[in-house]
Write a protein that binds this ligand. Structure first.
Ligand code: TEU
Length: 582
């Protein structure tokens, strides 16, 4: 076992809350959330009981990708406020015992960052090699289709290379053309990043969520050449084998650890976003002996409902696949490493609409999903609004969307003409990131208490009944269920550190597992369907104590059998043998 009750780091018993500042709380009526808005809602975070807040980017940015395109790492964008406002937010949260985790976006910068402005100014500029510049593919006229140095597709559709007329070369951008990739092969780049990170730690922040951190090492040959990936769409290919988990990735993370965190390690939280990471990668990243990261966000479970046409071709979830994936991560990191647990974030559609039922059973399915996730072994993350059971926005027209990933996908899909507009809209409504980015619903007033102005993205019309005020007033609400789950993780060592064992892996509708620590045992059951489900469990669970449930009369096993109500989630504690005269 990696950690014991005596030596387990603070974050093994913590719950982290993610704030997407654009959509959290607006304080100046411009329709965009900001830092002074966060100050208005500190009590909400304290009442919820969270231990840390991860802020999506608030740095200076042209907002091409809503802040994940940074033009100044050491300043706050006026849209969100000032550095002084951020200092005040950090001080206010610290005063209430809540840590602050900043978003670290260093795989790429904005193309308006001075580093890139210099780099693109001329081929012999000292910062030219701070980014990935390459000539057109040999034998191809620059700026013609297929002349890109490699056939890699961008995450945001289209080629991952942009031709720069002025200097006659292409630069690499795995995301938008306004997000050029930094060249981490260059030690000056790494030192500049480490200095910026030390600056933020000196300013009092408690850690970093590291954006696509497993993409920073590219598979470049000694002569500087990069190779194509297998062809996918038209002339484009999947270059991920050339830039995911590259040859020097772990070397860089260990160097970062030495240069930035050594000597100030305690009390920090380091979480990596690692699309494409396997369980084995997870162990390499999070094994404490390796001094890299504390935990990583896997993407394996949030790709299970992607159809053959990709993310925007949604397919029904097979619960057995979900259990297989999460079970593998639980088992794989049981001895070494630690899991980050999440359903929602600013890149994923709302889980209650995705894996639950956001209509008749919104409360039941939202609380069941929360119970199942929070009782896994790892650190749970709660995305703003998830604690209120907020749902997808069910947007209807192309004009409703703001997210660059969605807009670029629509452009490409329509150009290719393989999918009808209706199919595209259906895919977007189910999977677009904008579903997660509608303003937080604080009350039933016109703009849900988010802004006195025009919200940058429309408020979900269901805010009239789905909102924090209504949730706080209803003891059986999603909000109060999250408060209870968070308190349970704080108070219960078995929830925090108990061994995980998956049960009923082949059951199509019931998610079941146990957690055990020093003879204390918990059984967790979640019904992922709108029908009653009856399952067999070990007879030692007969008459078990209900620790937490989401229906009036929680299910308790009798005769080795238990009946779960639609979308029921329940946690049971086995009564010690002595008590049962066993
Ligand atoms: O996301 C990286 C990432 O993998 C996502 O783009 C993902 O592929 C997609 O959204 C899932 O559908 C990070 C940030 O979380 C995201 O908001 C940024 O757009 C991206 O990096 C670039 O910084």
């Amino acid at each position: 076992m990696t950690f014991t009750v005596d030596d387990a780091p603070w974050w093994t018993g913590a719950v982290v809350y993610q704030i997407y500042p654009r959509s959290f709380q607006d304080s100046d009526g411009d329709g965009v959330g900001d830092l002074r808005g966060v100050l208005q809602r500190v009590d909400h975070l304290v009442d919820l009981g969270v231990d840390a807040v991860w802020f999506s980017p608030v740095y200076r940015s042209p907002q091409d990708d809503n802040g994940y395109d940074i033009s100044d790492y050491q300043d706050v964008d006026p849209l969100f406020g000032t550095l002084a406002d951020l200092d005040e937010v950090v001080a206010a949260l610290h005063a209430r015992g809540i840590k602050v985790v900043m978003d670290l976006v260093v795989n790429h910068t904005s193309d308006e960052h001075p580093w890139f402005v210099e780099s693109r100014s001329s081929t012999d500029n000292p910062k030219r090699d701070w980014y990935w510049w390459r000539p057109a593919r040999p034998g191809m006229a620059p700026a013609t289709p297929g002349a890109e140095p490699t056939n890699w597709a961008s995450f945001f559709s289209g080629p991952a290379w942009e031709y720069d007329e002025a200097t006659g070369e292409y630069y690499l951008h795995l995301f938008s053309r306004k997000q050029p990739d930094l060249n981490w092969e260059n030690p000056q780049v790494r030192e500049a990043v480490y200095a910026m990170m030390r600056w933020w730690l000196d300013r009092g922040v408690d850690g970093f969520r590291m954006d696509v951190i497993n993409l920073i090492s590219k598979n470049v040959a000694p002569d500087g050449s990069l190779v194509d990936g297998p062809v996918t769409t038209g002339a484009l290919g999947d270059g991920s084998a050339q830039y995911m988990h590259g040859p020097r990735l772990h070397e860089y993370l260990q160097e970062m650890h030495r240069e930035v965190f050594d000597g100030r390690r305690d009390g920090l939280l380091l979480v990596g976003e690692t699309p494409g990471a396997t369980v084995d990668d997870g162990v390499l990243f999070t094994d404490p002996q390796r001094r890299e990261l504390d935990m990583v966000f896997t993407f394996e479970h949030v790709g299970l409902d992607h159809g053959p046409g990709g993310k925007y071709d949604p397919a029904p979830l097979d619960l057995r696949d979900l259990k297989a994936v999460l079970g593998r991560w639980q088992a794989g990191l049981a001895e070494r490493g630690w899991n980050a647990l999440y359903w929602d974030n600013h890149d994923q559609p709302r889980i209650v609409s995705r894996f639950g039922d956001d209509g008749e059973y919104r409360r039941e399915s939202a609380t069941m999903l929360a119970t199942v996730l929070h009782l896994h072994r790892g650190t749970p993350y709660v995305y703003q609004g998830e604690e209120l059971g907020m749902t997808n926005a069910h947007l209807r027209s192309f004009d409703d969307y703001r997210d660059i990933e969605a807009l670029r996908y629509v452009e490409e899909a329509r150009a290719l003409g393989h999918v009808s507009d209706d199919r595209i809209l259906t895919g977007l409504a189910a999977m677009s990131r904008d579903n997660a980015r509608t303003p937080v619903q604080w009350d039933a007033s016109p703009n849900a208490g988010f802004t006195t102005g025009e919200p940058w993205l429309p408020v979900n019309p269901n805010h009239r009944h789905v909102n924090a005020e209504a949730e706080r007033a209803d003891p059986s609400s999603v909000y109060h269920h999250y408060r209870r789950l968070i308190a349970l993780r704080h108070d219960d060592p078995t929830v925090r550190l108990g061994d995980f064992t998956m049960l009923l892996p082949d059951h199509p509708h019931v998610y079941a597992f146990t957690r055990e620590l020093d003879g204390d045992a918990l059984l967790v059951l979640g019904n992922f369907s709108g029908d009653e489900q009856q399952v067999d469990v070990d007879a030692t669970w007969d008459g078990a104590d209900v620790v937490i449930g989401n229906v009036d009369d929680p299910a308790v096993p009798h005769g080795g059998r238990v009946r779960l109500a639609p979308w029921e989630g329940v946690v049971l504690r086995r009564v010690a043998a002595a008590a049962t005269g066993g």
